[in-house]
Ligand binder design. Structure first.
Ligand SMILES: Nc1nc2c(c(=O)[nH]1)N[C@H]1C(S)=C(S)[C@@H](COP(=O)(O)O)O[C@H]1N2
Ligand SMILES: [Mo]
Length: 201
């Protein structure tokens, strides 16, 4: 009884309200990767923050990264191919923690991944508990297909901004397109404003 009423009324209405325009709900977790899945041994993994000229500002290896305080956000995911998955649970390190004492003369970052994927994001979109480097999904170590050992998680933007296998952020003074943005996807990618392609408002 409780299962039926939750499925049909309360939860259904709440979920529809959380669905951006043009999206449909899915409960599985599709894998979308532009290339092969890189496999990064933890003893070779690193996450770096670099300035515009590529100078190293911060570096964590897996051990020092995992010693940082973690958060456990529950967030909704919206892929530009129109599936949304609501209420996903993650463990990760907040970008507020990683960027806390880094001073940048820059308003944008390029996220770089192992395997060469890139995506651009305004720096302020990574702050104020809106973005994480996530290493666990649903209580389990993040699967390689979904970006393990660790991926960027910026759930308030379309999911292509959440770079899997992330290896670092580079500050940029001016905005530049990353991989999908350079192929015609929107430079910003707000699902609530349906910013799918570069011509969209
Ligand atoms: N490194 C990397 N990150 C990536 C991608 C990719 O191809 N390579 N695809 C993006 C796209 S288009 C989406 S929708 C999500 C998909 O994440 P998932 O495979 O965990 O569902 O990852 C994003 N991050
Ligand atoms: Mo996507």
């Amino acid at each position: 009884m409780s299962v039926i009423s939750r499925g049909f009324s309360g939860r259904g209405n709440a979920e529809t309200a959380n669905l951006p325009p043009g999206q449909y709900l899915t409960t599985d977790f599709p894998v979308l990767s532009a290339g092969p899945t890189p496999h990064i041994p933890l003893d070779r993994w690193e996450f770096t923050i670099r300035d515009e000229k590529n100078a190293l500002l911060r570096r964590w290896d897996w051990k020092s990264f995992r010693e940082l305080p973690t958060e456990s956000p529950t967030v909704d995911l919206h892929c530009v191919t129109r599936w949304s998955k609501l209420g996903t649970s993650w463990d990760g390190v907040s970008l507020d923690t990683l960027l806390s004492d880094v001073h940048a003369d820059a308003s944008y970052v390029m996220a770089h991944s192992y395997g060469d994927y890139t995506t651009n994001i305004p720096l302020h979109e990574l702050k104020n508990r809106k973005a994480w480097i996530a290493f666990r999904f649903d209580g389990k170590d993040l699967e390689p297909e979904h970006g393990g050992p660790a991926r960027l998680l910026v759930p308030h933007l379309y999911l292509w901004k959440s770079a899997k296998w992330v290896r670092g952020l580079q500050f940029m003074r001016e905005d530049k397109p990353g991989f999908w943005e350079g192929l015609g996807y929107h430079i910003y990618g707000d699902p609530w404003r349906e910013q799918r392609y570069s011509g969209d408002q």
